[in-house]
Design a protein around this ligand. Structure first.
Ligand SMILES: N#Cc1c(-c2ccc3ccn(Cc4ccc(CN5CCCC5)cc4)c3c2)n[nH]c1N
Length: 233
């Protein structure tokens, strides 16, 4: 897989060198490159924004630099991922979908967003996914790109050291939240580990973990359980 990220703050993505993505790059499973949007401007001030048509606060990112950047970076089989507050909520299902793609191009906006014509034009040439991390407001798309990249890259076949750990994850096939996890010491500041986890009884451990996951999901994310959440025992 290849990932290209276009941003006016490309150094924001340096954190990827520290994470799983860095290891994937070493293993040859992943190529990642960042691009400074200002390198696709031609004026002395390397201008990337202007005032919004129709008025309103803030500035909007100009279409021309984005057009040149995507022309340069994207290829026929690219998927252009655009983080935006108005995007589709990013879910594990989309992470799985994107992990099978050959080339992802992240368009990280700033200011009040990217001129809509950039997205509309991109949809004429590539698959475009406008995604949101959640119902809160960030100052730009870089943080979202980091999160999406990490969620996607860890699903790339051959990437995770222990693929079995992917099988048990939250928001996976069973759609429940993660059960609580423990490690040594057995007692820490007066807090003990649940006896069942020390029992060696794998059936009982699996049942306890499922019940814990169900209880947590009921309490914190009843929406994941559908209509049955109120009535199930
Ligand atoms: N993913 C994700 C995101 C983002 C995100 C992603 C990308 C960009 C690019 C710029 N910003 C800043 C911004 C802030 C407010 C608005 C809304 N305004 C109302 C009237 C005109 C715009 C538009 C943009 C971004 C924010 N925020 N939250 C998420 N989950």
């Amino acid at each position: 897989m290849r990932i290209d990220v276009v941003s006016i703050f490309p150094a924001y993505l340096d954190a990827l060198d520290l994470s799983l993505a860095g290891r994937a790059r070493e293993k040859g499973l992943l190529q990642i490159a960042t691009h400074d949007l200002r390198d696709f401007t031609h004026d002395r001030h390397r201008t990337v924004d202007d005032t919004p048509y129709g008025g309103g606060a803030g500035m909007v990112m100009k279409p021309e630099p984005w057009g040149e950047a995507l022309d340069t970076v994207a290829t026929d089989d690219s998927v252009v991922v655009v983080p935006t507050p108005s995007g589709t909520p990013f879910r594990q299902s989309l992470a799985h979908d994107l992990s099978r793609e050959r080339h992802l191009v992240f368009a990280c906006g700033r200011y009040e967003g990217i001129d809509q014509r950039v997205i509309d034009h991109a949809r004429e040439r590539w698959r475009v996914e406008e995604v949101s991390l959640g119902d809160f407001v960030l100052n730009g798309g870089e943080v979202a790109a980091l999160a999406v990249i990490e969620a996607v890259v860890r699903l790339v076949p051959g990437f995770m050291g222990n693929p079995a750990s992917l099988a048990e994850e939250s928001h996976g096939e069973d759609g429940l939240l993660e059960y609580p996890v423990y490690t040594k010491p057995a007692t820490w500041r007066g807090h003990t580990v649940p006896d069942v986890l020390l029992s060696g009884h794998h059936g009982a451990i699996a049942a306890w973990r499922h019940e814990q996951a169900l209880q947590r999901t009921r309490e914190r994310r009843p929406d994941l359980l559908g209509d049955a959440s109120e009535t199930s025992s």
